[in-house]
Design a protein around this ligand. Structure first.
Ligand code: SF4
Ligand code: SF4
Length: 93
């Protein structure tokens, strides 16, 4: 049996070279007690680094669910749509 996977949807992914997710102010992250971004993101994009005192953003893992647009209690994450042709695309066939 060939082609089953072809009939199911496939996900194509191109990594943009520029992050579409930006932490506005790392000082705000430093003061943030809950670090909710490290919990609500289903793709584990955000990570808090205790030594460097900063939140890292693994934007290439983002599946564009949109949660972080509203999830940060400090509204400290800027979210910009990836440029055309980048990001995740769902293809049905
Ligand atoms: S939840 Fe917001 S303020 Fe807190 S660490 Fe994450 S991005 Fe920074
Ligand atoms: S859009 Fe969703 S997957 Fe992407 S960084 Fe935000 S919470 Fe994570």
């Amino acid at each position: 049996m060939n082609g089953v996977a072809d009939r199911l949807y496939t996900i194509r992914f191109k990594v943009d070279e520029t992050s579409h997710l930006v932490i506005d102010d790392q000082q705000t992250c430093l003061a943030c007690k809950t670090k909710e971004c490290t919990h609500f993101c289903p793709a584990d994009v955000y990570d808090w680094h205790e030594v460097e005192k900063m939140t890292s953003v693994a934007f290439e893992n983002c599946i564009e669910c949109g949660t972080c647009r509203i999830g940060c209690p400090e509204h400290n994450i800027s979210w910009v749509y990836p440029k055309g042709g980048h990001g995740i695309t769902y293809k049905f066939g």
